[in-house]
Write a protein that binds this ligand. Sequence first.
Ligand SMILES: Nc1ncnc2c1ncn2[C@@H]1O[C@H](COP(=O)(O)OP(=O)(O)O)[C@@H](O)[C@H]1O
Ligand SMILES: [Mg+2]
Length: 229
Amino acid sequence: MPAHNNWIGDDALDKAAPLLKIPKELARLTLNFSGAEYITAVLDQWGIDPEKLQYLGHGAYAQAYWVKNDRKKIIKFTRDSTDAEALMNVLLKPDKSLVKVYKIAKLGPNDVHAILAEKLLQLSGSEKKGWYNFFNYVYYHNISPALYGGVCPEWTEELTDRLKADEIPSDFQKQIKQCVVWGKALESRQIDFFDLHAGNVMKRGRQDVIIELGLATAPHKKIPVITLD
Ligand SMILES: Nc1ncnc2c1ncn2[C@@H]1O[C@H](COP(=O)(O)OP(=O)(O)O)[C@@H](O)[C@H]1O
Ligand SMILES: [Mg+2]
């Protein structure tokens, strides 16, 4: 059987999405009709009007929608279960440098999780550039978090020491300070997170915030499962 057999074709999506009242692209995420029904079910359980979802963005694993009947929140659907598992730890123990999470649920038997979180703001062009330049620098110079066991104090100590020794441009002082804060926040939750890059940083006011913890390992906390009734 071909691997793509479960994929919803465009014709089928055209028919199914309006019936389920969810965006067509979102129906595609769960890869099958039953998955799309679970999306409708979780929206219903969480009191979100599917017709008020406004697309915000996507990455390799997730799609995020602004919940317009609750202007401060987004709902994200992700195929990366490690993101959901690590964020469950953050839900139980929030930190201002990490996205605030309100609810997480697994969509029945589907390997897709729904995450209700605070709506964060895009970084400005120059803020984004600062992070891009910083990550380019650390990856190019073999001081990426991946080589140090993730975004952890060992990594940020190395960055801080090299900054003090003038081995890293002082332009990156602000980014390194923020990474120290993230390293501590993640360590105290026993989260090993390797995928820190500019696309995973947004802001709340002047606070830079990590928006996702994909490709992470974290203590296993119980995540509710959505059922169809
Ligand atoms: N809390 C949020 N507030 C606003 N937009 C968000 C939020 N979380 C995610 N997004 C949007 O969704 C996109 C994908 O989210 P992300 O969790 O990084 O998915 P992926 O795991 O696919 O990289 C982000 O680039 C951003 O545009
Ligand atoms: Mg991302």
